[in-house]
Ligand binder design. Structure first.
Ligand SMILES: CC(C)(COP(=O)(O)OP(=O)(O)OC[C@H]1O[C@@H](n2cnc3c(N)ncnc32)[C@H](O)[C@@H]1OP(=O)(O)O)[C@@H](O)C(=O)NCCC(=O)NCCS
Length: 196
């Protein structure tokens, strides 16, 4: 049975196996698979500030998802970009939906207000997933990505994940590492119940 848990550095190889399945496609605009050491560093670095999760079943990691953002500019700290990858032969089992919902629920605890995704043209599954999750298309970067001899559009998708519209100073961004782990686990447990 599949369940979600927080990613650990030991997941790096499995995540690279999944990314390998997409590396020849424009779904990712990376050209080469990073080294295991680089992936380990990324997991550690990203999960300090943002949620980084994996979905696994009894035999293997079947997908992963993470958020990241621009904390160098404090005025942008209430935003995060989301990314998810599910093994090719495990798509269509609602893992992508569950993973994105867990990310957004954790980001709400962090006082994040807006989430974004960049989706390269020609990725109908990702477009459907985001539409279903309530994302709106807010723009297109025309011919901004180059892969496999083609210039590609990247669609920008956004979703507001808080209710407040107030102009007062918002509650500050809380780095993932400062969250109450019990609260995080509650979100993951709820998602895992739904995956059963
Ligand atoms: C996009 C991706 C994450 C979706 O993950 P998934 O686990 O297959 O998605 P889900 O099973 O949760 O399905 C989500 C929705 O996608 C849509 N979908 C499913 N299969 C589809 C298909 N064959 N064609 C088009 N849309 C499809 C449906 O709307 C579905 O919702 P529904 O089943 O309730 O109708 C996965 O295909 C993937 O890893 N793709 C490569 C990486 C990527 O594009 N990531 C995008 C996020 S940054």
């Amino acid at each position: 049975m599949a369940h979600i848990r927080l990613a650990v550095v030991q997941d790096a190889s499995a995540l690279l196996d999944i990314l390998k399945q997409y590396i020849e496609t424009p779904i990712t605009l990376e050209y080469e698979i990073p080294s295991v050491a680089d992936k380990e560093t990324q997991i550690l670095a990203f999960s300090h500030d943002y949620p980084f999760i994996v979905i696994e079943d009894d035999s293997e990691v079947v997908g992963y998802a993470f958020a990241h953002g621009d904390l160098a500019q404090p005025g942008l700290s209430w935003n995060a970009e989301l990314r998810a990858f599910i093994r090719l032969n495990r798509r269509g089992n609602h893992y992508g939906t569950a993973a994105m919902n867990v990310l957004m629920d954790i980001l709400r605890l962090q006082n994040v207000r807006n989430v974004y995704s960049n989706v390269t043209e020609g990725n109908p599954r990702s477009e459907s997933l985001h539409r279903k999750l309530g994302f709106n298309k807010c723009g297109v970067l025309h011919k901004t990505g180059y892969k496999n001899g083609r210039w590609l559009d990247v669609n920008l998708l956004e979703k507001r994940i808080c209710d407040e519209e107030g102009t007062e100073r918002p509650a500050p961004f809380v780095p993932f590492s400062k969250l109450d782990r019990a609260e995080v686990q509650k979100i993951i447990d709820k998602a895992n119940e739904a995956l059963k």
